[in-house]
Ligand binder design. Sequence first.
Ligand SMILES: [Zn+2]
Ligand SMILES: [Zn+2]
Length: 89
Amino acid sequence: MPKQKECPIGFCTQCHALYRSVTVINAPCYMEYKGKRCKGIVRSAVCPGDFVQCSECSGVGIVARIRCEKCGGEGWILVRGLAPPKGRA
Ligand SMILES: [Zn+2]
Ligand SMILES: [Zn+2]
């Protein structure tokens, strides 16, 4: 039985890649797309809250032995940062 993935602690503002290392928070995103480095910055996130566990793969990242398409194999889906900000709470 595959293990459920740990909740990410950061995400890229641009490509929404998920990160699990504290050292990359507020650093440039590591992802490359077509040979070009992503211009996004990794922001810290609160988990759970900013992420929801993927319902498709139950947080494992794999469905029927292949990478889950819904979450890209991360097991978690970013729910913050996608909607426009609603102002200060
Ligand atoms: Zn990025
Ligand atoms: Zn999934």
